[in-house]
Design a protein around this ligand. Structure first.
Ligand SMILES: Nc1ncnc2c1ncn2[C@@H]1O[C@H](COP(=O)(O)OP(=O)(O)O)[C@@H](O)[C@H]1O
Ligand SMILES: Cc1ncc(COP(=O)(O)O)c(C=O)c1O
Length: 398
């Protein structure tokens, strides 16, 4: 009786197909609701229990569960490959990043880009907005006053020095050290971008220099003897290590944002302030126009670029990265140059060719500097590899 009924049932309803559709529907629903966590297989198991007396359904259920598990772990694997998983509150390495840039209401530039990128890559930057404008193109809004800027920066410096002095006593309540009580306050990096006025650049620069002095940060630890012992090929590699060029425990990436393609968007005397800053900044990232302003040289060819880089390095900066140079004889590419002195004070310069998109993209410089900072901190090592990684992310297809 039961057999006959089963046969009839199978023929008329095509029960197997219905179950397939049912399973498909349930899975789609759960995925749509983002409920693909561990509880789901158990829920599904209970849903399918009524069908268990058909071994055919048992087989399908197990198959689906297995597929689900593979799919789930595959997603996690892909996610891990793509993003760096960091708990935003987990500042165990004690790094302190200070991002001093603009803030705009509309669009992407300055801290809107920089701090987003840094946070997305697992850093916890401290953020100071130098201006609050409507957009990159409409500088309507307000600049931070000198007093406010000084107050905030001084407070930060006080906190840092206080943390140093009281590193053995854990009864402090300063904001800087809230992340962990074992914060290494030597691991500080400054990223500066858009600053509208001479005073703003000057105040920030003086604070950084003063802090460096108070914390007795030595500039660099290059050990000539060790490098001489290494064979020639390896010697070249050692020269390229960023930790041999700048002090990674404390450095300043200064993007001298002044203008682009002949258009200036800061006060005219800001160039003087940045020229002074080239003495103290560890890494300077001008575009072609900014390099021309800083070196007072018109860039027509590669020789001009190298001469200007040499001039800025001579002032005291450790690394110059000219983020984009456009030559009249090559409209389809941009060129990025990186220059620094080796131990024998010989200028080392490399260039990267970048396929140029025929659009004016907003905030590219700010994206570049924040990625650069992140890769320096996370990856260290060969400076050319660091820049390649940054450019790989920046690369856009035409
Ligand atoms: N038109 C473009 N085509 C391709 N890449 C670009 C373009 N504009 C900018 N970039 C990328 O952004 C980086 C920084 O851009 P740049 O224009 O030099 O910065 P800034 O915003 O400071 O002027 C370049 O090194 C390059 O990788
Ligand atoms: C307010 C403001 N205007 C203009 C610029 C220049 O933008 P870009 O670097 O894309 O030329 C910036 C960059 O930070 C900015 O913050």
């Amino acid at each position: 009786m039961r057999k006959r009924y089963k046969k009839k049932f199978k023929k008329s309803f095509r029960f197997g197909d219905l179950i397939f559709l049912y399973l498909f529907f349930i899975f789609s629903l759960f995925f749509y609701l983002n409920l693909y966590y561990f509880t789901l297989p158990i829920i599904l198991l209970f849903i399918f229990i009524p069908f268990y007396f058909y071994y055919y359904f048992i087989f399908i259920t197990i198959l689906f569960l297995l597929l689900f598990y593979f799919y789930y772990y595959f997603i996690i694997f892909l996610h891990d490959m793509t993003y760096i998983h960091v708990n935003p509150m987990d500042n165990k390495n004690g790094e302190i990043i200070v991002s001093i840039q603009s803030q705009v209401f509309d669009g992407f530039c300055g801290n809107n880009v920089g701090t987003f990128v840094l946070r997305r890559r697992g850093h916890i930057p401290k953020i100071l907005n130098t201006v609050q404008y409507y957009s990159k193109y409409k500088h309507i809004g307000a600049e931070i006053s000198n007093d406010t800027l000084k107050n905030i920066i001084n407070e930060f410096c006080k906190d840092i020095l206080f943390a140093d002095n009281s590193s053995n006593t854990n009864n402090h309540t300063t904001t800087v050290i809230t992340a962990t009580s074992t914060t290494n306050t030597n691991q500080i990096s400054f990223l500066t971008g858009y600053m509208k006025t001479y005073d703003c650049v000057d105040i920030v620069m003086n604070a950084i220099v003063e802090l460096k002095k108070k914390k007795k940060i030595e500039n660099i630890i290059t050990n000539n003897e060790n490098i001489e012992k290494i064979q020639n090929k390896e010697k070249e590699q050692v020269e390229l290590l960023i930790e041999n060029i700048i002090n990674l425990n404390y450095f300043w990436i200064c993007d001298p944002v002044m203008g682009d393609n002949g258009r200036v968007y800061v006060d005219s005397d800001v160039v003087k302030a940045y020229t002074k800053a080239t003495t103290y900044a560890d890494i300077i990232t001008p575009n072609q126009f900014e390099l021309e302003l800083l070196s007072n040289t018109k860039i027509n060819n590669e020789k001009d670029v190298i001469k200007s880089i040499d001039q800025l390095l001579n002032n005291g900066s450790k690394i110059i990265i000219v983020t984009s140079v456009r030559y009249s004889f090559d409209a389809s590419n941009l060129y990025l140059y990186v220059g620094f002195y080796n131990n024998n004070k010989k200028l080392i310069c490399f260039k990267f060719k970048i396929p140029r998109c025929d659009i004016d993209i907003c905030g590219t410089g700010d994206l570049f500097t924040s990625l650069l900072l992140s890769f320096i901190l996370k990856q260290k090592g060969n400076i050319l590899k660091i820049i390649s990684k940054v450019l790989n992310i920046m690369q856009v297809s035409n």
